[in-house]
Write a protein that binds this ligand. Structure first.
Ligand code: CP
Length: 301
């Protein structure tokens, strides 16, 4: 069985730091043809802009070729083919599979039915480990360290796979957390127990303003309409937070605003040209980190 990246728990602290250091090399030299002759499959069963295009660009920059789909309607899955058969077929054509799927556990299952590396590009509300690695890369880039960083996570903390993965990865680095969310979207109890067991401190609030001035990273997230089974529940919370430029008075000078994107109103446009906005560079960093992930999983770094 090849090494896959399904959950951030699949990588030790040392492996995480290695990926970040390879990503730094990739940023310094953006076209290293390490993967000439290799083929990467990008199988997206759920919509994506950044993750799919940055993985595809990463593969191209490394000299690999890319196949895949971003619309399941054009595949034989629409005729009833199973996920197992789809993955087994594709794994005979390519060297590594990058896969996004709405069902939690789908990427793990895919890695168990084939013999090539699988990268989880997001499975339901569960994990998004390549996003986590690029978030860590960006935190390191902006703060000069990963240790003892204060992170304020804002928005949909219940269904947000990016915050779940990031919380677990940061646990290696003695963080402090604030969880800012409406009651309906609070951080699930299993993640708070995870922190309790490791002695990692956190506070919870429903007020966006309350902890804006005492964090190093303000990690904004979108309230994800697609995760709600009841549209009325979504309507109640969809516009709960909106970060505006005027609210940033008094924040720490080193504070950076991250967001996995897309945003749908939770960060006003007038924040974009403040020195605190870092989400566009964060998304760019995704390409370097995904170059590193593919190269490392294929044994080239
Ligand atoms: N951050 C992220 O996963 O963006 P996409 O949904 O556009 O891939």
């Amino acid at each position: 069985m090849s090494k896959s990246l399904i959950s951030i728990h699949d990588f030790s602290k040392e492996e995480i730091l290695h990926i970040l250091s390879v990503a730094r090399e990739m940023e310094a030299d953006k076209s290293q043809k390490l993967l000439d002759g290799k083929v990467v499959a990008c199988l997206f069963f759920e919509p994506s802009t950044r993750t799919r295009l940055s993985f595809e660009t990463a593969a191209n920059r490394l000299g690999a070729r890319v196949i895949g789909f971003s619309d399941v309607a054009n595949t034989s899955i629409s005729k009833g083919e199973t996920l197992k058969d789809t993955i087994k077929m594709v794994s005979n054509y390519v060297d590594i599979i990058v896969m996004r799927h709405p069902l939690e556990g789908a990427a793990r299952y895919a890695s168990e039915v084939c013999d090539i590396p699988v990268v989880n590009a997001g499975d339901g509300a569960n994990q998004h480990p390549s996003q986590t690695l690029l978030d860590l890369y960006t935190i390191l880039e902006t703060q000069g360290r990963l240790d003892n960083v204060s992170v304020n996570m804002v928005g949909d903390l219940k269904y947000g796979r990016t915050v779940h993965s990031l919380l677990q990865a940061m646990s290696h680095f003695s963080p402090r957390f604030c969880f800012t969310s409406p009651d309906e979207l609070r951080m699930p109890v299993e993640y708070k127990e995870f922190l309790d067991m490791r002695g990692i401190p956190y506070t919870e609030t429903a007020s966006l303003q309350e902890h804006l001035c005492d964090c190093d990273i303000l990690y904004m997230t979108r309230v994800q309409q697609e995760r709600f089974s009841d549209p009325m529940e979504y309507e109640k919370v969809k516009d709960v937070y909106r970060l505006e430029r005027a609210m940033l008075e008094g924040v720490r000078p080193n504070m950076k605003i991250l967001h996995p994107l897309p945003r749908v109103g939770e960060i006003a446009d007038d924040v974009d040209d403040t020195p605190y906005a870092y989400y566009y560079k964060q998304a760019e960093n995704g390409m370097y980190v995904r170059m590193a992930i593919i190269a490392c999983l294929l044994g080239y770094k």
